[in-house]
Design a protein around this ligand. Structure first.
Ligand code: SAH
Length: 396
């Protein structure tokens, strides 16, 4: 007899699991054992009782999130294998032992075969973020696996699950160190210094997923005036200022983020007067900013669509934001525009940007397509895992 309660699928619903899609929707379930409760580990079986997957159950529309497509004997071993495989990928892309960059995503949820788990590495501290109570319940085993795999490269593990779990599951979880203690929060990314507030900042503290896009921006800004909207702690701003922009404006509604952006600029020895920051709503700032003033504008808003239902509204917001940038930018200027809404796919996003372009009556060309970097992998069987999309546009 199996040690896990069973979830049995309708006959024709086993196919998606056999194709390694990590989500099983509630409609695919024919019946389940009585002891299948929220957060329980379950075995997924086909109608003939054949094993399909091991996963954890939730009562929402995604009923099971798959952790393994082969039987599992020990959770300790499962976590060791998962962390080892995630770390090996990062090692292979050259980011685990890199003099210029010591911040990267170590575990990217479904992209690393672990729905609901994000782990970001900040110069020795792993910030652990569980998006479900089940994953949170595994935090000690996961910490042990991190210690084994990372060895001396691991100084501390901080649990940053509070905000997500409270919102999603009304859990009583507080931020705390699962291993080690608070160490220096200064990190390096392509040689740029950043202070990261993983205890109090947004997400795990820093938007690591924009690393390659920030580096790309460096090539476009020498001698230019740059507007960085939704600037958070100044990621794109530091790169622009270091790469020789004559003026960089950072705009973000969060006072705390703007203060950290100012500190990050100071940390990178940027000449006085190059950077100015405003804690303000981006749409209001754009309205009152002069026409044809900026050469380069970065648009990196928060996820406008939190789910499928808010997709339409999100598309309208992307259109409005992009139109505002096209109206403002100097002829011959460059716009970096992004969407991190998982619910808005690349085609829908490109369409929203094109709709903004039509309304602005400017001649606009796409000169680059951008995505999330290699340390944010996406399972080829899980198209939903591609969440960060961007375009570089030349605006005549
Ligand atoms: N580009 C950043 C990440 C942006 S995250 C980086 O590379 O680090 C999105 C940011 O948008 C958050 O900092 C949030 O505070 C800010 N924000 C959300 N709505 C806003 C609004 N209407 N006006 C200004 N900032 C906003």
């Amino acid at each position: 007899m199996s040690k896990f309660p069973a979830v049995i699928l309708h006959p024709h619903k086993a196919e998606a699991v056999k194709r390694f899609h990590p989500w099983i929707f509630s409609g695919a379930i024919q019946r389940k054992d009585n002891n299948v409760t929220d957060g329980a580990l379950v075995e997924v079986l086909d109608g003939r009782g054949q094993f399909l997957a091991l996963g954890y159950y939730s009562s929402g529309s995604i009923a099971v999130r798959v952790l393994s497509f082969t039987p599992v004997d020990s959770m300790e071993q499962l976590w060791l294998d998962k962390i080892q495989s995630a770390w090996t990928l990062r090692k292979n892309i050259g980011i685990t032992d890199n003099v210029a960059t010591n911040v990267y995503r170590l575990v990217n949820a479904e992209g690393d075969g672990v729905p609901g788990l994000v782990i970001d590495y900040y110069a020795g501290t792993c910030v652990f973020q569980a998006h479900s109570l089940f994953i949170h319940s595994q935090r000690q085993l996961i910490t042990e696996a991190l210690k084994k795999v990372l060895g001396k490269a691991l100084k501390a593990v901080y649990d940053k699950s509070e905000a997500v779990l409270e919102r999603k599951q009304k859990a009583d979880v507080t931020g705390s160190y699962l291993y080690g203690e608070k160490t220096s929060n200064e990190v390096l990314e392509y040689g740029h210094k950043f202070l990261v507030d993983w205890e109090g900042g947004q997400k795990t503290g820093f938007f690591i997923d924009q690393r390659e896009n920030r580096q790309l921006l460096s090539h476009y800004v020498k001698g230019k005036r740059v507007l960085n909207t939704f600037s958070y702690t100044g990621g794109f701003s530091v790169y622009a200022a270091k790469a020789g922009a004559t003026l960089v404006h950072s705009v973000d509604s969060s006072v705390k983020a703007v203060e950290l952006a100012v500190q990050n600029i100071a940390l990178n020895n940027i000449p006085d007067g190059v950077h100015q920051a405003a804690a303000e709503d981006v749409f209001e700032f754009m309205k009152r900013s002069p026409d044809h003033y900026y050469d380069v504008i970065v648009l990196d808003p928060p996820a406008f669509a939190k789910n499928q239902h808010s997709r339409h509204q999100a598309v309208q917001a992307y259109k409005r934001l992009n139109k505002a940038a096209f109206d403002k930018i100097k002829p011959g200027g460059i716009v970096f525009t992004f969407s991190c809404s998982q619910a808005v796919g690349p085609e829908l996003f490109d369409g929203a940007v094109a709709a903004g372009a039509i309304e602005s009556s400017r001649n606009i060309r796409i000169i680059d397509h951008l995505n999330q970097p290699a340390d944010h992998p996406q399972s080829i069987f899980h198209p939903e895992g591609l969440y960060l999309k961007g375009l570089v546009l030349s605006v005549e």
